[in-house]
Design a protein around this ligand. Sequence first.
Ligand SMILES: *[C@@H]1O[C@H](CO)[C@@H](O)[C@H](O)[C@H]1NC(C)=O
Ligand SMILES: *[C@@H]1O[C@H](CO)[C@@H](O)[C@H](O)[C@H]1NC(C)=O
Length: 166
Amino acid sequence: MRPSIVLTILSSLPALLAIPQPAKPNSLSATESRSTKSYCPGHPAPESYQRQLFFAFINELYVQKNVIGAFNTYISINLTEHDPFDAQGRVANEDKLANIIPYVPSTVLRMSFDNNIGLAHVRVDEANEEPIALADIYRMDGTCIVEHWDVTQARPANATNSIAMF
Ligand SMILES: *[C@@H]1O[C@H](CO)[C@@H](O)[C@H](O)[C@H]1NC(C)=O
Ligand SMILES: *[C@@H]1O[C@H](CO)[C@@H](O)[C@H](O)[C@H]1NC(C)=O
């Protein structure tokens, strides 16, 4: 499956599953919904502390599935986003993902952090679909996550490798 198809599927998951939409984050007042404890703008920090923050972010995002909380706490308001179908900045991305991540089973398989770069390898299991492998790459500036790339690929139904992709 081509990445563009995977991304389209990911973007349309809520519609495909006919799942209820959560309350719009924008329905909360800006001061209430967007001003929790934050590690941004970043300040210099030892790598061990950056790693701790990055792992906490991934846990809150994919395990607790508290998208708005995770983004508000760890992501720069001026997030540089490289996903071909996403807008720039924290707010657009948290609003989009808040409508997807809580409704799709996901498993964090592994994560690492080194030299300002954090990596999370995530399995996304959508009902009646081949699982999707998601590689999230984030760059931190001190304590703050400032840049994101992702690569997604659905497992081919005719995969010949018994341990294909996971
Ligand atoms: C975000 O970008 C805007 C526009 O360039 C700038 O005015 C603002 O200072 C930036 N904020 C942070 C926290 O970097
Ligand atoms: C798997 O299926 C795809 C899509 O039909 C096809 O293009 C590809 O050649 C197949 N690969 C193998 C190894 O059968």
